[in-house]
Design a protein around this ligand. Structure first.
Ligand code: SF4
Ligand code: SF4
Length: 159
């Protein structure tokens, strides 16, 4: 079964991962966009030439050493396919584009979900870019167990 039929990526379909050393330096863009569709805002947004795409139907590939973690790409991706990852002081951080309401607030504890929508734990919101400051798409950073940075791909606000 393909990821299109399944609706999510399995571990062996993920792009190459940045090194632990790189993850510890600063945020890095991790793009889970496997479908060959004519879309390129991520490439156009990157001022550091860190996203390679051979033609507009190619899938984007990030050069993790060129990526500065500026977040331009995650702000413009219409597919919500970009995640910012970071390891810091023994904790993991995942930044997710979030289009549901209510938008969580810094300090909130939220439910963490994997690609299948299964609950994998709880995390604390450490940063929010409100939707009104990014064309109605919020960005939310959650602090998670570092072992979960490749698992957590959505959050659910606890109400
Ligand atoms: S986070 Fe910034 S530097 Fe990194 S790939 Fe995205 S736009 Fe480029
Ligand atoms: S902007 Fe998003 S959906 Fe479009 S190619 Fe880039 S990562 Fe994929």
């Amino acid at each position: 079964m393909s990821f299109i039929q399944r609706g999510y990526l399995e571990e062996d379909e993920l792009p190459p991962k940045p090194s632990e050393e790189r993850l510890k330096k600063r945020n890095v863009a991790y793009i889970e966009c496997p479908q060959e569709i004519p879309c390129s805002p991520c490439v156009e947004s990157c001022k550091y030439d860190a996203i390679e795409m051979k033609n507009i139907n190619d899938t984007p590939k990030v050069d993790y050493e060129k990526c500065t973690g500026c977040m331009r790409c995650i702000k413009v991706c219409p597919g919500l396919a970009i995640f910012m990852l970071r390891l810091r002081n023994g904790r993991g951080y995942v930044t997710i584009a979030y289009e549901f309401l209510p938008t969580p607030k810094k300090g909130d504890t939220v439910t963490l979900l994997n690609r299948r929508g299964e609950v994998v734990g709880e995390g604390v919101v450490t940063w929010v870019l409100p939707p009104e400051r990014n064309e109605k798409t919020a960005l939310v950073t959650v602090e998670v167990d570092p072992a979960l940075i490749y698992e957590v791909r959505a959050i659910k606000v606890n109400v």
